[in-house]
Design a protein around this ligand. Structure first.
Ligand code: C5P
Length: 411
């Protein structure tokens, strides 16, 4: 059996939808409560046809929430509070219908509304007829929900209530308890809780005129992954992002900017911070004297663009002073002599660490999924094997966390 120590004192909001497996949810409530979990339940209209509100109420020793409209009454807890006061939302059984409504973002009953309003992780335990589970619609809904971060346990193979055989049986109560314990155990590893981090990511766009701009090939993948990895370890992350095609990473506060000067202003507005990671590919130059009219081909030849230097965000954040983050990390994208250039860059910019990588044509680093980096610190160089950018981000975030633990012990 998995370790259930992480469960004590946690609050679960259990959504019971209408399926024959709902009887197992009563057992689930008992098993969770035995382990010190506070369980509050939302019962859908269909769910109440399979288990009685009275049984759920007796087992949770709490009100059973059923009606969206009663929660609009000022004297009652609102549905937003209901969904936010839990540490985790568990949907068991999760029927095909409720999964479809979740995927579509509907809010047509209390269950769907709390699932839409929550900012907490959601775990679903699907339970339905095998053909309903295998139907392309359900599979597409489930895949969409998982891509949005919804977690799943089961369904299991077995004989169904309808005598068909295959996947569709809800996971057993103890399997669901194990899955919940796993989620909380992961959550417990938050060594950066209470730390604030600023991460820059993506390219900047520097206008030439109102319709044209100078850009670069940065995809933002590495910077976004670092922001997500720091947030996962508990840091409060402000991601300052240039224009990218990426979705905002979960758990970060994201400021979208276009130019280097806007990026600097957004970083300064996010101070004070303990950590700054400058992963953005900031344009070194911008066009001087951009007017509010489009440049025209007037027969007089191409315009002479006068360039002027952009502020160096990494160097600015690294400048000694009260507001300097305790740990400033820069990136060095080089196309040869990576270590020598990167070591010199660390000194020149005044940052603490440099993550150096080779972006020569053929390495596939720009826009690609993998990265090969060297971490350059005051006391030496660590060369990491080629890894997915997500893995580089996770390792860098762990190194940041370790730095703060050591720093704390040294004081
Ligand atoms: O000087 P170079 O562009 O090679 O330095 C790269 C590092 O400096 C990266 O960490 C990048 O995010 C940061 N940088 C910056 N502001 C600039 C130029 C670079 O923060 N204007």
């Amino acid at each position: 059996m998995a370790d259930h120590a992480s469960l004590a004192g946690k609050r679960v909001l259990l959504v019971i939808a209408g399926g024959i497996a709902a009887y197992k949810s009563l057992e689930l409530i008992r098993r969770l409560r035995e382990r010190g979990v506070t369980v509050r339940a939302v019962l859908t209209e269909a769910g109440a046809r399979f288990v009685t509100p009275l049984s759920v109420q007796a087992l949770t020793e709490d009100t059973v929430y059923r009606d969206l409209w009663s929660l609009t009454d000022e004297s009652e807890m609102g549905h937003i509070r209901l969904s936010r006061e839990a540490d985790l939302l568990v949907v068991a059984p999760a029927t095909a219908n409720l999964l479809a409504r979740m995927a579509a973002g509907m809010a047509d009953d209390l269950a769907a509304t709390v699932l839409l309003a929550t900012d907490k992780p959601v775990l679903v335990a699907p339970a339905m007829n095998v053909r309903m589970w295998q139907h392309a619609a359900t599979q597409a809904n489930m895949a969409l929900l998982e891509s949005r971060g919804v977690l799943r346990v089961g369904p299991n193979d077995g004989v169904m209530a309808c005598n068909e055989f295959g996947p569709g049986r809800m996971a057993e109560p103890m399997e669901i308890v194990d899955a919940i314990a796993g989620i909380f155990a992961q959550d417990a590893h938050r060594p950066l809780a209470g730390r604030r981090a600023i991460v820059t990511s993506g390219p900047t766009h520097e206008p030439i005129d109102p319709v044209r701009y100078i850009a670069n090939r940065s995809s933002g993948k590495q910077g976004h992954a670092i922001a997500a990895a720091l947030a996962k370890l508990g840091a409060a992350v402000t991601l300052v992002s240039g224009p990218t095609r990426l979705p905002d990473p979960a758990g970060c506060s994201v400021v979208h900017i276009e130019t280097a000067r806007e990026m600097l202003a957004a970083c300064e507005a996010a101070l004070p911070a303990d950590i700054a990671v400058c992963a953005a590919a900031v344009a070194d130059w911008r066009v001087d004297g951009v007017g509010d009219r489009k440049l025209k081909k007037d027969g007089g030849g191409p315009p002479a663009l006068a360039l002027t230097e952009n502020p160096d965000i990494l160097a600015t954040l690294s400048r000694p002073g009260d507001r300097r983050p305790a740990l400033v990390v820069g990136f060095a994208a080089e196309t040869g002599d990576v270590l020598a250039y990167a070591t010199a860059k660390r000194a020149r910019k005044g940052c603490d660490w440099i993550v150096a990588n080779d972006v020569s044509p053929g390495t596939g680093t720009f826009g690609g999924g993998d990265n090969t980096v060297h971490l350059i610190r005051a006391d030496g160089v660590e060369s990491w094997p080629t890894m997915a950018k997500d893995a580089v981000a996770a390792r860098l975030a762990e190194a940041v966390a370790e730095h703060f633990i050591k720093d704390f012990k040294a004081k």
